[in-house]
Design a protein around this ligand. Structure first.
Ligand code: TYD
Length: 135
């Protein structure tokens, strides 16, 4: 079965001065980015996410440190460890997401095709499962 997330290797330019990684719309990411946010300073044991989005798709990458991303499309479950700023994962819409095991220094970059809209969040897992079954 095909997986839920797609691994993305960003374009990285390395030289003696260090590295520069590029993310461009419709190139390294498969959408036009309207929003980016980053999550950091996450306390030990804290889990973030715990929701699905009806319209938003995402690319996530750990710019520093590491984090576990658990995703569930209602049919299959996957776990990804993000710990490389030159790589990310693409997560389609209607995917339940939980991010946990943040290292203290983790900075998780999230890019999306949509502006923030609280109304497109599904925060109840049973509701999410129901919606998946009705598709
Ligand atoms: P929340 O959805 O709880 O973050 P996470 O997915 O990491 O668990 O969002 C935290 C707060 O930030 C909440 O009050 C909503 C707000 N927020 C925005 O205003 N814009 C955004 O793009 C996002 C993702 C969150």
């Amino acid at each position: 079965m095909e997986g839920i997330a797609k691994k993305i290797v960003f374009l990285t330019n390395k030289d003696e001065r260090g590295a520069l990684t590029v993310v461009e719309n419709q190139k390294q990411i498969p959408f036009d980015m309207k929003r980016l946010f980053y999550i950091y300073g996450v306390k030990d044991e804290a889990a973030r996410g715990n929701h699905a989005n009806i319209n938003s798709e995402f690319v996530m990458a750990a710019l520093a440190g590491s984090v576990r991303v658990k995703i569930d499309d209602g049919n299959q479950i996957e776990e990804h460890i993000l710990n490389n700023p030159a790589e990310g994962i693409y997560i389609p819409k209607m995917t339940w997401k939980v991010m946990d095991e943040f290292s203290e220094d983790c900075v998780l970059l999230v890019m999306s095709n949509e502006l923030y809209d609280n109304n497109e969040y599904i925060r109840d897992y049973d509701q999410f499962k129901e919606k998946v079954l009705r598709r």
